[in-house]
Structure formats: C-alpha cells, structure tokens
Design a protein. Sequence first.
Length: 318
Amino acid sequence: MENHGTIMRILSLVSLGLLRRATDQSRAPRRRNPRRNPLLRTLAHIVLLGLVSMSSHTALAQDGHERVLPYPAQYRTASRDELQRAANFSKRIERELGRRNARIAIVFRATQPREAMETGQRYDHGALWVHSPIETIEGETVYGYAVYGLQRSALSARRSELVQDWPLDFILPETAGEVGIIIPSAAMQDRMLAILGSDAYPALHQPAWSRISNPGDRRYQNSAEFLLDIVGAAAWSTTDRLRIKVNLTAWFEPATVRYGWFGRLTAGWFDPELRLDDQRRVIRFADYDSLANFMLDFNLADSVFELSNADEELQPID
C-alpha cells in the first residue's frame, strides 16, 4: 500500500482504562427511532439490492494489488446535476476537514433510506478520509483526501473488500443529504495513520461480511466495525483482534436492536447480507453514533459533527 504523507511514529502505549473521560466535548446524539418490524425492514433492503447494477471500480486487495470491483448503478446513471451536487458536497467536506487540520478523519454516509435501516441508525457506511499527495494526469502533485475502507463485495453478498477511492466516489451514492464526521485526537491520528501505512491495516480486515455484525465477536465485519477495530487497535496499540474484541466488550457501548423470534428465524432467508449467529438475545452493532460516543468518552476524538448538503452556507454541528 502506498504511504500517503509522512507517518509519525506511534506514541507511547496507552491503556484505554486509564484515559480520562471527556468533559468538554459535545456528544453525538443518541437518538433511537421507534421499533419497526424487522421483516419489513429486511424486505425493503432486498428491494434496494435489486436496484443495484454493475460498473467498474478499483479496489485494493489484501496483497496490495489493485483489481476491478463493481460500482453501484448510480456511478454510470447519475445525471450531470447529481454529479455536480456530489462534487460540490465532497469538496465542501474536504474544505472543512482541511480547515480543522484533519490528516485523517472518519466519515459516515447513508446509502439507503433511513426507514430501511436498523432502529435508530442514521448512517450505514463509513470510511477513512486521509489527507494525501495526489498525482494528476498532468504529472503534478496536489494535496487532497483519499478514501480508504471496507466495502461489501458485489461478487458475493457475504464477503467484503478493502477499497481505496475518492471523495466523489464516496458521496455519489449518499441519500440523506448529510454526513457524520469524527476527527480523532492528534495522538490517535498519528496511530491510525501508522496502521494505515502498515501490514496492520489488512490484518484487521475480516472478509466475512454481515450487515449487522457484533462488535465483540470476530466472525463477521462491516464498514463500521472495521473502523471500530482500527480505533481499538490504535487505542490499545495492538493488532490482536481477540484482545481488541475483549477490550471492546468491556469498554464500548454498542447500538442495539431487538428482533422477535420470527424476525431472527427469517432474517437470513430474505437478506443474504444478514447473519445473526454472532449475536445473542440483544442484537449489537457499531454505527456512527456509538463510535462517536466511544471516542468522545475516552478522549480519542477532537470533534464530532455533521455536515449538511444544503445550499446555504456550511454550518457544521459542533
């Protein structure tokens, strides 16, 4: 993997249990929507899956080689206005991250209607935005943000790939008109950049995909849990996924949802992306709000805010 920018050395070991609780940071909202029928939610998800078709996309496999993966249909069917709005929004995010001197940030988007998501979930995909030197087709070097993260493979509903793309690629499928952003503390940025530039990054990837994965279990992973594992690896200075999961079980408060017996029984029938054998009675998962609260609680984040793709002047929510 290409090393983007100067990677500072990892600071001294820090035990998360010794970190002070933040008292002066704003908190991500803990809003939860009324409970909805999980079967109807699953059916809605299937309808959305049926709307997906193929184009091409460059992905970074675990061995560091680029290969072609499918893109959603939006990438080749988007209108000129949609492309322009996505380009404007992605540049707005880049400018805001630059204004805050973020070398690396965690950005979440919504790619499906929120009524089709799990109870209380507002974003369903997250990735790392990394300030990087970028070579133009003219051979010039400019600086901007590259996007790194985990994405479900279009070749299999139960596998994922490590993907490197760009802000426009990330924003184009966005449906909510806003994104959620976490800017890690300076020390955490150093550590996360060190992970990204080493073999630790692919080592933290679990290719077995589940749309709802238990953050305390190693069997499955999705984009939010992958980001949580990177944060855990940086916080505890380890790439041992078992140790990370043990620590997350003790310190991380996940988002939760309850499925009735029929919802549990039929979930995998209707949605191949959904596997619940890593879950217990209460279904646990990582999302933007739970990750933001975790990082704020233990002084791992400098700021948490949301940006809207509104026509008015940019108004970050601090």
